[in-house]
Every structure is written in structure tokens, then in C-alpha cells.
Design a binder for this molecule. Structure first.
Ligand SMILES: [Zn+2]
Length: 210
């Protein structure tokens, strides 16, 4: 079920949303340090002086998470990436919830399972259109939604010691919390390209835990 979105218009905001969220969660100075640590210092400057799309990529998300883990320790770094992802969802909703049809009355009135499916499909559509493309697919199994990300060109070798997509996991987690009116869903990345897998797999239980 693909919602009718014009995601092309939304491309330039994704990098800005993620970086702005990082500043909100860890502070502007710390965000600058993390960007420097990740080798992406220019990323922050580019976004301020240019609205060109294409700054976000799988590699850059991995580098950001690696830098957060290096600066704050592995567990705290992953926790911060999750929080940055959660914060990012709210900015996406604020900036383009209407264009994505997430704030339509027709969306709000859908049964929960369809609302979750539409929500995940909409975000997959959005992330699937960034300039260094992820191919994002959402599949529904008997007890889970499975969000899979791959690249047209496979990632070379292992780039992280654990799944590196906490930011995306946080974003999905918050989107499901929002779409369900405050329910919490078990969600975990069970395979990751940065870990050497052929694709990233994020599994979401269909039924909330609370
Ligand atoms: Zn991953």
C-alpha cells in the first residue's frame, strides 16, 4: 500500500533533520565534535549554506553512529543514536507530515494494523529516495513487519562491531509510538550491512508490548 507522496520535494530536508536532531540531543558544540570525529565536518556546513540534496547516505549514518560510540562509549553512543532518530521523526512530521499524508484524517481513522503499515511504507518511500539510494522494502509476516535496507552497490567489508542503524531504529520506534497513539513495539535490527550482512534487517513485532 503506497501512499501518494511527492518525496522528491522532501529530499533536501533529511540530512538537515538528522543533524538538527543531533544538535538538540547532544548540543551544538558536541554535535560539531562528533561531526569532526566522523570526518563529516563539512556536512554540517554544507547544510547551512546549501539546500542541495544527497548529503545523507548509508555510509554517513554508519560514520555518525561510529563517532557517537567513540565519543560516548558503545552503549551510550547507540542510545544517543536512538534518541536522535526519535527526535528526527518529530521533525519529519512537523516539516512534512501533511505532504506525507500522515496527518490526514483518513490516516488517523485507519485500523491500527493498517496505520502501522502505511506509516512504515511512507517512511520506506522517503528513505528509499535519498540520493545515495537505499532500497527499502517493508514486508509483513505473520507476527512481524520486516524493514529491509540494501544498496545497489554492496557495502565493502565490516565497518562496525554491532548493528549500526540505531538512528533508523529510533526513528521507526517513535513513528510507531506516534501512529499507535502511544503504544510501544518491540523493534530490533537483526542484521546490518555495516556488520557485513548483505542487507540491514529491522524487525518490528506486530503487537505492542505496552
Ligand atoms: Zn544496518
Amino acid at each position: 500500500m503506497k501512499p501518494p507522496t511527492n518525496t522528491v520535494d522532501l529530499l533536501p530536508i533529511l540530512d538537515a533533520v538528522i543533524l538538527h536532531s543531533m544538535e538538540e540531543i547532544i548540543g551544538a558544540d558536541e554535535a560539531r565534535s562528533v561531526l569532526a570525529l566522523s570526518g563529516l565536518s563539512n556536512l554540517g556546513e554544507e547544510r547551512r549554506f546549501s539546500d542541495s540534496p544527497g548529503l545523507l547516505s548509508f555510509e554517513k549514518l554508519t560514520l555518525l553512529q561510529n563517532a557517537l560510540e567513540q565519543a560516548y562509549g558503545p552503549q551510550a553512543g547507540r542510545g544517543l543514536a536512538l534518541r536522535i532518530g526519535r527526535c528526527s521523526f518529530h521533525h519529519i512530521l512537523r516539516l512534512c507530515g501533511a505532504e506525507l499524508h500522515l496527518t490526514d484524517t483518513s490516516f488517523r481513522l485507519l485500523p491500527l494494523s493498517q496505520k502501522l503499515e502505511r506509516n512504515l511504507d511512507t517512511l520506506a518511500d522517503l528513505f528509499g529516495h535519498i540520493a545515495d539510494p537505499f532500497i527499502v522494502e517493508v514486508k509483513q509476516g505473520e507476527s512481524k513487519f520486516v524493514w529491509q535496507m540494501s544498496r545497489r552497490m554492496p557495502v565493502e567489508g565490516k565497518q562496525a562491531d554491532s548493528p549500526a542503524c540505531s538512528l533508523i531504529v529510533g526513528l521507526l520506534q517513535e513513528s510507531l509510538y506516534w501512529a499507535s497513539g502511544g503504544k510501544i513495539f518491540k523493534i530490533a535490527e537483526t542484521g546490518c550491512m555495516a556488520w557485513g550482512d548483505s542487507l540491514c534487517t529491522i524487525e518490528v513485532d506486530l503487537h505492542p508490548i505496552g
